[in-house]
Design a protein around this ligand. Sequence first.
Ligand code: FES
Length: 156
Amino acid sequence: MDPFAPRQPTHEPMDFGAIMKLAQALLDEASEGPIAPETIDALAQSEGVDRAVAWAAAGSHPFIQLQRENEVAVAVCVGRCQLWGGGDLLEGALELREKRVGEGKSGFDVIPRNCLNRCHDAPMAFVVLPEGSAGFPRATTDDLTAMMAELDSLSD
Ligand code: FES
């Protein structure tokens, strides 16, 4: 088995040209310092693209650093993992974060990445805590939701 192409793709890749265009815009912004999540969302809106495309752009260049606002972060691969649903997973993580904040629960940072070195488990995500990290192979939004609920129960 080719570990970098573990299964037949299940999803179409995002528009690479759009990702590169938005990456350049974010790279220009990044010279001022880490990028706020609102900046990425605003860019998606002004360019008329899906939010996942702008977030994938934010994860595509090593010099684009995102602002950290929470102790917990969820890193989502939107590199080759796009072919197995990485874009949907990223969108799901963003929606989960908003839902939790709307319910008065703790938020988390969403960190898009080009590869998390577990390509054979695509789509891959990691929940990153100050104490360490937990990997989620073939991750789903339900996995992330359950993990955040588990963390809620530990902090009660
Ligand atoms: S491409 Fe997603 S983990 Fe490597």
